[in-house]
Design a protein around this ligand. Sequence first.
Ligand SMILES: CC(C)(COP(=O)(O)OP(=O)(O)OC[C@H]1O[C@@H](n2cnc3c(N)ncnc32)[C@H](O)[C@@H]1OP(=O)(O)O)[C@@H](O)C(=O)NCCC(=O)NCCS
Length: 112
Amino acid sequence: MIEHRQHGLVGTIAVFFKYGIESHRDEIGYVIGLPWRGRGYATAAVQALTAMQFETRPQLVRMEAWVYAHNPASKRVLEKAGYATEGYCRSCYLKNGQLLDAWLLARLRGDR
Ligand SMILES: CC(C)(COP(=O)(O)OP(=O)(O)OC[C@H]1O[C@@H](n2cnc3c(N)ncnc32)[C@H](O)[C@@H]1OP(=O)(O)O)[C@@H](O)C(=O)NCCC(=O)NCCS
């Protein structure tokens, strides 16, 4: 949960433990409630959770995020949180019968 001191619950964020908790890599995902968007909350949450993962999981080297091409706000959030764009995956996802492109971004331990 992403909890704001005044507003309470404003969104959610998670790491997926996609490759197991001992893996050198993991993936992050997040959502901010509509009324609370555009206030920097996603950026702050991604920064905090990424830092916490690197601090508490010594073997973790790489945090990744996949972002639909039609979601520039999310890509911007990751860039502000120090994630670098690594690639563009064409027809990456099949959603509701539609093929969607996506960006891959990642932050490595030690990246500034
Ligand atoms: C994407 C999302 C998490 C952003 O949350 P947020 O709290 O509004 O994000 P922040 O306020 O921290 O930062 C948003 C940034 O995107 C920018 N932005 C917003 N709309 C944009 C657009 N259409 N094109 C480019 N940039 C955009 C903002 O200007 C801001 O950047 P800035 O600080 O440089 O001005 C939110 O819109 C959301 O929950 N969307 C639905 C779920 C989702 O897409 N999750 C991510 C899946 S990968």
